[in-house]
Design a binder for this molecule. Structure first.
Ligand SMILES: [Zn+2]
Length: 455
């Protein structure tokens, strides 16, 4: 063996056992006891061995509303690795007039030579034309098996709803899945116009300018269109029970649908949009009322929701403060490094989700849904040796100066999470040990994904 992780507790979705894990040639070779000699033996007594996190919603090296993100694929994936995340799937955006393949090629050029962990790409459909529809099977055969659709104005969703539905049907016929951003542009424009007339421009009005019903209307419409298009649908970053109700209704109609939430909705509420730093907390959809957090945790534990993904997007303070109207406040924030500690500290330790559910929603389910299981998402013989060695008792207070994202603020500054990775392995390489990053830029590979596995 190259490495043996000794005396740890191996946690997979649905099983927990004390065992040693033997690693050879980047793969998990054997799980058991008395595994023989190894180049290196790591004592994991008192630690958990989790399959490395699989974050299926990130935005690295991306420009939105004329602003370029602070993270490129190197800084974002280093932050991921330190936080125990060993795969991510980023959204590839074609420029106007470009094909999906060109959009993917642009994104591969950004990640190539920089990413320190394996990465996949979701192509984004902005132009649901006949050319796009004809391209979909080729994109899938290249290993990109999930297609993003935004029900928002910048994607012209309302103008092109029939074309988008045709594209969704083409994705379904080809055996792939659509990922849908569910916020209704009509609601948002209506509210923003009212606020603009009353000169209500600050982040304190941001939450009510994108109300829960905007998510409810869009989620119901998205799933209704997915039903007539006969395509499995994955709703990204649900923030509110309106979105969960839509999933339950679609399931009652026999549809194959999945839901993602985001760590900020599990930890923060709309109160964060009232303080001095309120503009740092704006996101699409926005933070919601306090009572929604428990509903989302319960949604994870009871399988209404399948995944937690960050929607990681790193900005500067100045960029976040630049918007002058509610509709041009930049959405999102950095989150890759704190995803697993937050889920463990607030979820597992506070009894909201079990430890196996933690593994399921942060690693196994996203790997299955996006066609990289059991290569990723499990500690099984033959799987890639992507492992977070995790100390469930380790307390650490979040400080900006310790973080690896290039974002120049930290939304959890001063917050203490209990439960942090002490070592991260990617394909058998120890890429982080005790906070030291050992990964060469560019060691991450592009993931060619199969179609999703039904859960
Ligand atoms: Zn996003």
């Amino acid at each position: 063996m190259d490495i043996i992780l000794k005396n740890g507790t191996v946690v997979n979705a649905g099983s927990t056992l004390k065992a040693d894990v033997g690693i050879e040639d980047g793969k998990i070779k054997q799980i058991g006891h008395d595994l023989g000699e190894a180049g290196r033996v790591v004592d994991c007594t008192g630690k958990y061995l989790f399959p490395g996190g699989v974050d299926v919603h990130t935005h690295c090296d991306f420009t939105l509303m004329g602003m370029k993100t602070a993270d490129d694929f190197h800084s974002a994936t280093v932050a991921a690795a330190v936080g125990g995340v060993t795969s991510l799937i980023d959204y590839a955006f074609p420029e106007p007039g470009e094909t999906l393949i060109q959009g993917l090629e642009n994104w591969i050029a950004k990640a190539d030579g920089r990413s320190v962990i394996d990465y996949g790409l979701h192509p984004t459909i902005f132009e649901p034309t006949q050319r796009t529809i004809e391209e979909i099977p080729d994109v899938i055969s290249e290993g990109h098996t999930s297609f993003k659709i935004f029900m928002l104005g910048f994607a012209n969703f309302d103008d092109l709803a029939v074309d988008y539905t045709r594209a969704m049907a083409a994705v379904g016929r080809a055996g792939a899945m659509v990922n849908i951003h569910c916020e209704d542009q009509c609601c948002i424009t209506f509210m923003a116009d009212q606020y603009n007339k009353k000169h209500m421009h600050g982040p304190e009005h941001f939450g009510s300018s994108r109300p829960p019903i905007a998510e409810g209307i869009a989620a119901n419409r998205a799933l209704g269109l997915a039903r007539i298009a006969d395509v499995p649908a994955y709703l990204v970053h649900l923030s509110h029970e309106e979105g969960l109700d839509a999933l339950n209704d679609a399931r009652a109609h026999g549809q194959t649908v999945y839901g993602e939430t985001r760590p900020i909705y599990l930890k923060l509420s709309e109160e964060s949009l009232q303080g001095e730093d309120a503009h740092l907390y704006t996101s699409w959809p926005p933070l919601r009322a306090h009572d929604q957090m428990d509903i989302l945790w319960q949604g994870l534990q009871s399988d209404v929701l399948q995944t937690v993904a960050t929607d990681h997007v790193a900005w500067s303070r100045d960029q976040k403060a630049a918007g002058t109207l509610v509709e041009d406040l930049l959405p999102g924030m950095s989150h890759l490094e704190t995803l697993l500690p937050l889920l463990y500290s607030d979820g597992v330790r506070k009894g909201k989700i079990t430890r196996e559910k933690f593994v399921e929603v942060s690693s196994t389910n996203p790997a299955k849904l996006f066609g990289i299981y059991p290569q990723k998402g499990a500690i099984l013989p033959g799987s890639d040796a992507d492992i977070a060695v995790f100390d469930g008792e380790k307390e650490r207070t979040v400080r900006l100066q310790d973080m690896h994202s290039k974002q120049d603020f930290e939304i959890y500054e001063g917050e203490t999470f209990t439960g942090w990775p002490t070592m991260t392995l990617s394909r058998g390489d120890i890429i982080v040990e005790d906070g030291m990053v050992h990964a060469e830029p560019g060691r991450g590979n592009l993931l060619k994904r199969k179609s999703h596995t039904e859960m």
